[in-house]
Write a protein that binds this ligand. Sequence first.
Ligand code: HEM
Length: 411
Amino acid sequence: MADDVSPSAASTEGETNLTAPLLDPSFYADDPFPLYARLRAEAPVARNDTLGLWVVSRHAEVVAVSRDPETFCSSKGIMTFEIGSAYATPPTMMHTDPPDHTRYRTLVQPGFRPTYMRALEPGIRARARALVDRIEPGVPVDVVSELAVPLPLQVISDLLGVPEDEWPRFFRWSEAVIPGATDWPEEERAQLSMEMVTYLLEAAADRRASPRDDIISELGAAEVDGDRLTDAELGMVLVQLLVAGNETTRNMMSGGLLGFAGVPGEWERLAERSDASVNRALPLAVEEMLRWTTPVVAFMRTATREVELGGRTIGADDPVLMLYASANRDESVFGPTADTFDSGRDPNPHVAFGFGAHFCIGAVLARVEGRILLEELLARFGSIEAAGPVVRTASPVIAGVKSAPVVFGAQ
Ligand code: HEM
């Protein structure tokens, strides 16, 4: 009976206290995983009364919510600061539900088809190699500033056909739009976001008029049953690609390399395995970098009706936060080693790219970038070790690493 499991003030006070740190960005600059473990054990579907929010921390419920967009919609916001928002036009395709979402997906997906993404490999390798070449064995290097920041930014710029002299601007734009990524004043962030939208809308109009060999032109020309993206929609998709494809991939790289640095011998073991079976060892390692880091900490949905979830009753209009980072350490799925970085983990059903209809459209690209980075590093270095304190970003959305000094050893 629904009444038996509805939250009461007495039962939810403890859960409100338990989940309170999740609402404080500074919590994420420290180690959030012990709290996630407590949530999974004590209150896997927990009610936070301060925001009227449900927090879902187990793999099973994250998957259940993600696979049911009719009941758990995205159009009322996907981050907690959007609770109560209503959008006349969706700010991103992540903020849409079927049938609108299905339409976007059909029009955008062709630009990300695996064959096209794989064709980018030589360019990505050249970028990665140039960055790896600058690293000296035995000398501490910050993998964030030297590898993880520039590589995805260069790749996404190449993908969008953005010239090198625009890269610093691109970097500032993508930083400005991620909540908590910088301490820049709100006004400056808004100004930068506006600049970014204007630039990409102009680029969209330019490629529609004179197509080139880039994804903007591909998406501008994409047509399904006579339907095309409008200029405004194309601009919106481009903004999303710049933002979604940059910080996320960056933190997969820095977080993943820290995973290796944190487990003595793990890099060497990967090197041995990749010698023996080139095709399988590196993709598996990339999956573990994704699981271990979970670059997108959490996204939100809003219930469209009353529904049971994990023995609790979620009310219509209640927001539900899916903690991907916690689901990816769920012992009931990843076993007793869930908290250990294991680059050979197989199977690895992580949810770092989400699950269901909104599953990350850039997953193939991110995986290719991760694999190529590992290949280029393995070709030169025989070990990786931590070389100083790691500074993390205080963001409830992106599991960011601001600086991560390591030392690569010669082969
Ligand atoms: C390690 C890197 C990445 C991670 C961890 C990641 C994570 C995610 C997650 C969790 C979602 C699901 C959103 C939801 O369910 O609401 C998503 C969707 C999306 N991602 Fe990624 N992403 C990554 C890289 C990229 C790249 C490289 C691009 C593009 C260049 C990209 C573009 C998108 C887009 C457009 C969506 C929306 C898909 C939709 O709404 O149907 N992502 N991503």
